[in-house]
Design a protein around this ligand. Structure first.
Ligand SMILES: Cc1cc2nc3c(=O)[nH]c(=O)nc-3n(C[C@H](O)[C@H](O)[C@H](O)COP(=O)(O)O)c2cc1C
Ligand code: SF4
Ligand code: SF4
Length: 286
């Protein structure tokens, strides 16, 4: 296999991008990241390696950082990443560069793909589910973008475009915004060392259907006594699959002092082509 495309996807955006890239890159295969994370070392075999994942809190998801740390990339002479996101700036590049430099490799190409939102963390902002028209408009833009970048990948060219997307702007003071930005990234990185987050719960609409347990990428959810239970000691990858795939919209995020959650009134967004099976199968590697 010439190109391996590794992917991590909570609501299907990154899966969509990974699949579309695979169609455009000859002799390539998709490899889910989640079921590899228990291994002490992950040996890549491709001559080219791609990693497709979402931007979380302006940086890499903890699961993806752990994956890159364990990845043996000696087979590869070309490495690229494609980050899907709502549209903020991505600050994880330095981390990726540092992790690959430790392996005496470099990130040759880096792409960002703006997509529809999958319900941001805590949803402190009133959230509107994207309309069908908006989803179609974004899909056309994504397809056009992938058509543009796939020749770069096929020819194994370098690409590090300037990322001038918006960043935190909750204050008129740019210094304060910069500090908040650093705090957000720090919080995400810290979560790796403090056992992750424990802020999900289900409301009275839960009927014990078990879908959240199926899609939970980290295995944190167990359905017992017809109720979903988030296991306190299992790490949460913050993929938001439980929240977005629950057919009853029963999964909620709890409020914390100063940050009110609006998930009870906000809508849900799983990628239109992503099924429960698609998300769950990342755990079995198929
Ligand atoms: C915990 C969390 C944090 C997020 N943080 C950001 C962010 O900082 N910037 C951004 O543009 N999008 C952010 N998003 C949106 C996702 O990056 C985006 O919806 C992505 O395409 C989801 O990919 P997936 O469907 O493959 O999981 C966040 C989503 C989640 C669940
Ligand atoms: S998916 Fe929703 S309804 Fe089904 S068990 Fe989980 S929380 Fe309950
Ligand atoms: S608990 Fe929810 S957000 Fe956390 S890993 Fe499981 S599905 Fe993802």
């Amino acid at each position: 296999m010439d190109t391996e495309i590794y992917y991590f996807s909570g609501t299907g955006n990154s899966l969509f991008v990974a699949r579309e890239l695979q169609k455009r890159i000859p002799d390539s295969k998709l490899v889910p990241i989640v079921n590899l994370l228990d291994k002490p070392r992950i040996k890549a075999e491709g001559k080219a390696i791609g990693i497709v994942f979402p931007c979380y809190a302006l940086t890499l998801p903890v699961a993806v950082k752990r994956f890159v740390k364990k990845l043996d990339v000696q087979s590869a002479d070309y490495i690229f990443t494609a980050v899907t996101r709502l549209g903020t700036v991505f600050r994880g590049l330095k981390t990726l560069d540092r992790l690959l430099a430790q392996k005496k490799k470099k990130l040759d190409a880096h792409f960002v793909v703006n997509m529809c939102n999958n319900e941001g963390p805590r949803s402190e902002i009133a959230y509107e589910v994207p309309t069908k028209a908006r989803i179609q408009q974004v899909e056309s833009a994504v397809i056009a973008y992938l058509d543009n970048i796939s020749p770069i990948i096929r020819k194994r060219e370098a690409f590090r475009g300037k990322d001038d997307s918006y960043t935190i702007s909750c204050s008129p003071n740019p210094v304060k915004n910069l500090l908040i930005e650093k705090l957000v990234v720090f919080g995400m990185n810290l979560s790796e060392y403090v056992g992750g987050v424990n802020y999900f719960y289900h409301d009275e609409k839960c009927n014990g259907c078990g879908i959240c347990e199926k899609v939970c990428l980290s295995g944190k959810i167990r359905v017992a006594g017809r109720q979903a239970v988030w296991q306190k000691n299992t790490f949460c990858y913050m993929c938001y699959a439980c929240l977005n795939f629950c057919p009853q919209q029963s999964v909620q995020v709890g409020s914390i002092p100063g940050v009110a959650s609006h998930t009870a009134e906000n809508g849900r967004y799983p990628h239109p082509y992503a099924t429960v099976k698609d998300i769950a199968s990342q755990k079995s590697g198929s």
